[in-house]
Design a protein around this ligand. Sequence first.
Ligand code: ZN
Length: 129
Amino acid sequence: MGKIRMKGLEEVEREARRILEEIELRKKRIEELEKREEELWSRLEELGFPKGTFIPKYVRCGKKKCKSCPHGPYYYLVWKEGGKTKWKYVGKVLDALEAKKRAEAKEIIEELKRIRKEKKMLKIITLSP
Ligand SMILES: [Zn+2]
């Protein structure tokens, strides 16, 4: 059995307030990130990308005793076209662009990946005991 720690009402109230403040800050940051994502997607569309989302995939190579399996993430672009869901490896979509556009699109995709990671972290809260 672990030790039971008693806390006073005031202490709990302070902690609850701190957590609520933290949640508000995170919500604001997530909103900012989502706005930025919108901007980046608009730019990608201008560069010739279909509007969709990026999905990371991890792949097993099939080699026996491979220590780095699964490999990845490899990013796929997923979008809707004529009522159908389409998938394409992001590298392939990039290859189809002319060199100038490709460089910019790559940078945008890197930023979108960073945003995705940050949003994931923001949605997790660690509570101290
Ligand atoms: Zn492997």
